[in-house]
Each structure stands twice: as C-alpha cells, then as structure tokens.
Design a protein around this ligand. Structure first.
Ligand code: SF4
Length: 694
C-alpha cells in the first residue's frame, strides 16, 4: 500500500461494488485520489467498509482503460480510434439501416446495474423513444429478476422490505442462499453483531458458509440442502407452520388476502409437502426442517435475508414467493426486525430495476400495457410508446441466432462472460450487424463489438445509486470524465443521432425527470440528497421523509397475496457421466467477473478461481489438494485447481466466477427461471477429473 501523503480535500461518494452502498470520502491531492475512507455518516455503513471498497479507486485509473471511442467495420478488423461524433454517427447509421431492413424491433439495449440511476434511465428512454420498441433489459435479468417478480406478486413491489438497521431488532435471522461475509461484508458485520447479542441463526445453503460457524456464532440450524431443492425446503417449513398451528392468524386475517391464504393453506398442508416426504429430494433431515420452522415461527422477530442462491434457479421466482409466504404466515412483515430482504449483488441492481429496465415495465414497475402510465410518458417525451413488452436478453440472443435481431447497445455489462452457456451467447453476438459496447475496458463482449464507447468510472460519475435497502445515495464526481464525455451524455447523443432529440443540462435534470414520472421517487432531488445525505424510496407526498420499513400498515398491493409454490425438480440432474452438482459464489476480495477488482490491489489476495471438492469425491477420482482438474458438464469444460474442503458435502462442488481464464459459465446450462428467465447458475451437473494439461 503506497503512502501518498496528506490529502488537500475530499469528496463524499458511494462505493461502486456491492448492494450495501457504503459511503466513502475520496481523499484527493493534486486532483488525484490518494485514499478512500469510509464516511462516518454514511446511512448504509456508518463509518465501516470492506477491503473491496477501500481499494476500488485503483481500477478507475488503470492503464487498461480505453479513453477514445473506437469503431470497426467487422470484428475481424482492428479497432480504429475516432472522434465521439464519428463513433456515435457510425452506431446510429448502422442501427437505422438495421431497422429499415428488419423492422423497428431488430435492435435493443441492455442497462447496467453498475451504472447510475440517471445513466440507466436515459438508456431505457433511448430504447423506448429513439429505437421505438421495448427491447430493453437489464443485467439484473441474470441475478435478481425473480426478486422483482416474486416480491411484486406477494407484496406489491419489487424491493426489500427493511433498512439494514432493522437487523438489530431481529430475534431469528434466516439466511438463505447468501454468503454475506464475503459478498456483503459491511452488512454482515451488522448481522453478526446481532447474532453475538443472542439472535438465533438458520442457514439454508448447500455449502457451509462462514456464518454457520464463526467466532462466537453458531447457527442453530444449517439446512444443508442439495442444490436445486430450495422450494422443497421452504415448502416443508411452511407445512410445519401450517400443520402445527403456528400461523399468525390475526395478521393473516387483518393484512392478507384470505382467499389466497386458504388456497395456499390447503396446498401446503398436503402431506406431499411435509419434511418427511421431501427429505429424500432435499437431503435435509425432516427433524432439522421441523425445528428450524418452529424456531422461525415462534422465536420472536423473524428476518429473512437471501441472495443469488435463491434467485438463480429454475424455480427462483417460486422460492422468492415461498419466502414471502413464510413471512406473511408468521406475521413477520411490516415492522423493525422482520421482513424479506434480497441482498443485492451489484451497487445499483435495485436502481436499474426501478428505472424501467425491464421490457414490460416503465420506471416505477408500471406495466407497459397500462394506458394511463404510457400516456404520462408519451406526453412528456413527445412520442407514442409501443404497448407490447419487448424482448428479454435471452430472447434477444435467440432472435439474433434466428437472424431477426441484429443490433444491441450494451451499457457496462460483460454479457459474454457473465451470461450462461457462453458458446450460445458468443454465437448470438457474432451474428449481429452492430454491437455497441459502452464500458471502461475492452471486456470479453467487446470482442464482438463494432463500436466501443468509453465509459466513466464511479469517480467521474455524477448521479445516484440505490442500494439493497432502497437507499438512494449520491455518487459525486471527484474528477471530470477521463474520456471527455459523461455516459448519460453519450447516450443522449446517440438517441439524438437516431432521430429523437434528447438532452439534459446536467444529471440533476435527469433525476428531476425521474421524480416527475416515477411516484416512488417524487420527493427525490439532488438538492435534497445533498442536504440530507440519502433517502429511501418510496419518498413522496405520502412518505415525505422516505421509507426505511415498508408494508407497515398495508402491503403496497393492498392485501398480501399468498402464492402457490409447487416444488418442481430442476431438469439439471446428476447422472452416471456427470455425478456431481456444481454451485457457485463469491469471495471477499473480488467482485463479480473481476473486471474491476482484478485491476486493483485486491488482485494480490485472489488470483484464480479454485474448485472446492469433498475429500471423498476427490479420493474417488485420484485428485489431490492443489491438483489441476478438468471440470466438465453437458455444455462444456474448463480447468482449475482443486481444493479439498469440508465446506461442501459429498456430491457437491463449488467455485467462484471472478476470473475469465476459468470461465465458469462455459459449463453452466441454458436452464432458467420459469417466470423471468434468470439463468440457473447454481445447479450444474458436472464431473471432475485430473487434468492432463501441463
Ligand atoms: Fe461496502 Fe459493498 Fe463496497 Fe464493501 S463492496 S465497501 S460492503 S458497498
């Protein structure tokens, strides 16, 4: 760590990594960042930070950054540096030609959960107003789209119910498919503090994560289920609650749709949903499920926190609804210390979804088919909006392979590395006539691009991120954009070149438009955020100071709705050829596909993805600790080093996905969530063998 001396001033901004959204002071000297220190008044972090955020500024000035727009006629040609005008004109001309030949719907856009609300808002507006279709989707498609669907169906809005502080009032904490210690470290510290004070812990996870047993913390129950059986376990817990008379009848009668409750009660009470009936599938002893269910239902305030281990399954949406059912049945919703809380992986997953990035929803989660909502945007934007939902990312890829979808604008997202079934993604990108990538680095997706528009790092952005607790934080520039143009301005210029005049004087004006069009943001402005620090939506006339805890007196949808969540085993089964199940996760020092963290001092702590394998599975295959092994599935294979570990049970292997050299998605399948197409990253049948590579 280099000592850069005393700073001359500092700028308060927000971490660019995970959904905790920690506030930092970027300490500056001579126009350069010399240190990032956690801001003591940060609403989400209160002076704490993790090893990722502290060194995040390293990637912002990394030599790999591309600072000049580039174009090329075809992907086998070298890049040519050009002016902004030429690059934007080139992209617009190609998009227009595609639309003339193949129709308005032949192009689309993808927004990034790493970009600000303002940057995301202008991309979805460009697609709807300039491209004249609804082919806009978000990288949240591959992570938390089931959260969006599941919480909207049950509670009425696609967001976590609590602020982080609320965990301090929880008596029972249920952590499902999440590893907060590594993925959300600052929130994990709050949670651990509460656990050390005596709150009880239930962990549902195929892997023994740190929380299960760490200093002064021991989970009351670890439901170490077989990957792909989440819904079996949550249904079995609900079965116990219903059949043992543990339902909070008063809460259900007062706050929930009783017709849906009665239907759900009859369904869940069926013996097919009992812990005993589902034990063989899930691998969790029935008695453990029974005890965990009793503890959650009767142990006081029960709070649920979950992550991608819930959503990235073929039943991701069912599982989100299953957790919401549990909370409603036990009255664990609408006050401090309870609730259902998705731990968002990226800094602005919540915000990118709020901003209308889904092909069926305008900003604020309002369906595109709603005439009144559409009319309000049409009036402001001066266009007629298409009323049919557009294509999701996987549908865009399928259409590209069919030849009907030919152009894509990709904002800060490495689809070629982060989306499942790499071979299919590569083929789809290769088939397009115009791929425009807006990013900091020449990522894997850029190999298929015709236009590269340099993006800005968080240190150059002016805008807002919305964290996992719906907290809208300011992101302030500490220096002007290194490549000369802010990202939102680039997008506006592209929309204008496409024929739709789009411009704003500054990012604050974009937030003003968001506030004017999105009811839950009505009370939000840069001025107010600068005065008050942060605000949690809904922030409007009904909740002028924002909303730390939602659904207090009524659910957003009125009455809470119980949803039927029949357990359907995944199609991804182990077999004689692929007898092990692979699941994936993150490590503390790295973030997502590592494009940022690998370009910071964090790279020294984790320089490769390794495969955790149980000793018995390793021995059976002649694999020793540290051996290079081949990991193969029905889709493909890769190599990585093995680590013998008792964190995984026999039959399950585990790896992280931070390094492109490993390319974990080479082996993942095309299976996806039935409601949202979120890929089933968390279950892949694989085989492991000693590698014969040198
Ligand atoms: Fe906070 Fe997450 Fe950034 Fe760590 S990575 S400093 S927990 S926002």
């Amino acid at each position: 760590i280099i000592d850069h001396g005393q700073p001359d001033h500092s700028v308060i901004t927000t971490c660019a990594y995970c959904g905790v959204g920690c506030s930092f002071e970027a300490e500056m000297k001579g126009g350069e960042v010399v240190r990032m220190t956690p801001h003591k008044n940060g609403g989400a972090n209160e002076g704490h930070s993790c090893v990722k955020g502290r060194f995040a500024w390293g990637y912002a000035t990394h030599r790999d950054r591309i600072l000049s727009p580039m174009i090329r006629e075809s992907t086998d040609q070298p890049w040519r540096e050009v002016s902004w005008d030429e690059a934007i004109g080139f992209a617009a001309d190609r998009f227009k030609i595609i639309q003339e030949q193949y129709g308005k719907g032949a192009i689309g856009g993808v927004t990034s959960s790493r970009c600000t609300n303002e940057e995301v808002f202008v991309v979805q507006k460009m697609v709807r107003a300039a491209f004249a279709n609804n082919n806009v989707d978000t990288c949240a498609r591959v992570c938390h789209s089931p959260t969006g669907y599941g919480l909207k169906q049950t509670f009425g809005t696609s967001a976590g119910t609590q602020d982080f502080k609320s965990v301090g009032s929880a008596d029972v904490i249920l952590v499902c498919g999440a590893n907060p210690t590594d993925a959300h470290p600052v929130f994990a510290s709050r949670m651990k503090r509460r656990l050390r004070e005596g709150a009880k812990l239930i962990v549902i996870d195929p892997r023994r994560i740190d929380l299960v047993r760490s200093p002064h913390i021991e989970a009351a129950h670890h439901l170490q289920l077989r990957p792909g059986t989440n819904v079996a376990v949550v249904n079995a817990m609900a079965h116990v609650i219903v059949t043992e008379g543990l339902v909070d009848e008063a809460f259900v009668a007062d706050r929930c749709d009783t017709v849906s409750f009665e239907r759900w009660k009859a369904f869940i009470a069926d013996p097919a949903n009992s812990p005993e009936a589902l034990e063989a599938d899930s691998g969790v002893p029935a008695q453990t499920v029974r005890e965990a269910a009793r503890l959650y239902a009767t142990g006081g305030n029960g709070a649920i926190y979950y992550g991608l281990g819930v959503t990235e399954h073929s039943q991701g949406s069912s599982m989100v609804m299953g957790l919401a059912n549990l909370a409603m049945a036990t009255g664990n919703i609408g006050r401090e210390g309870v609730g259902v809380n998705p731990l968002r992986g990226q800094n602005n997953v919540q915000g990118s979804c709020d901003m209308g990035s889904f092909p069926h929803e305008l900003p604020g989660y309002r369906h595109i088919s709603d005439t009144e909502t559409r009319a309000s945007f049409e009036k402001l934007w001066g266009v007629t909006l298409e009323k049919e939902p557009g294509l999701r990312i996987p549908n865009m890829f399928s259409a590209a392979l069919d030849g009907t979808f030919r152009g894509m604008f990709i904002q800060g997202e490495d689809l070629a590395q982060s989306d499942p079934d790499t071979e299919n993604v590569d083929a789809a990108l290769q088939a397009m006539d115009c791929v425009v990538v807006q990013d900091l680095f020449l990522n894997e997706t850029a190999a298929f691009a015709h236009v590269f528009l340099p993006g800005t790092s968080f240190l150059e952005k002016d805008g807002t991120f919305t964290n996992a607790e719906r907290r809208i934080n300011r992101v302030r520039p500490v220096k002007p954009p290194l490549q000369g143009l802010s990202e939102w301005e680039t997008v506006c210029r592209l929309a204008t070149a496409m024929g739709y005049d789009m411009s704003y004087p500054d990012a604050a004006a974009i937030m003003d438009e968001i506030a004017a069009t999105t009811p839950s943001f009505a009370g939000v402005s840069f001025d107010r955020l600068d005065r008050e620090g942060s605000l949690q939506w809904p922030c409007n006339e009904a909740a002028p100071d924002g909303t730390p805890v939602m659904h207090r007196d009524a659910f957003v949808r009125g009455e809470g709705q119980f949803m039927l969540t029949a357990y359907v085993p995944t199609e991804e089964r182990s077999s004689r050829s692929f007898p092990l199940l692979l699941t994936t996760g993150r490590i503390l020092s790295q973030y997502n596909v590592g494009a940022q963290t690998r370009r910071t001092q964090n790279s020294r702590w984790h320089d490769e993805d390794v495969l955790e394998i149980h000793a018995s599975d390793a021995e059976m295959r002649g694999v020793r600790d540290g051996d290079l092994v081949a990991l193969s599935s029905r889709k493909g294979s890769t190599t990585l080093h093995a680590r013998i570990s008792d964190r995984v049970p026999p039959g399950v292997v585990y790896t992280t996905f931070h390094h492109p050299e490993t390319g974990a998605n080479v082996v993942t399948t095309e299976n996806s969530d039935w409601a949202t197409n979120c890929p089933e990253y968390k279950v892949t049948a694989v085989e492991v063998a000693p590698s014969n590579m040198p």
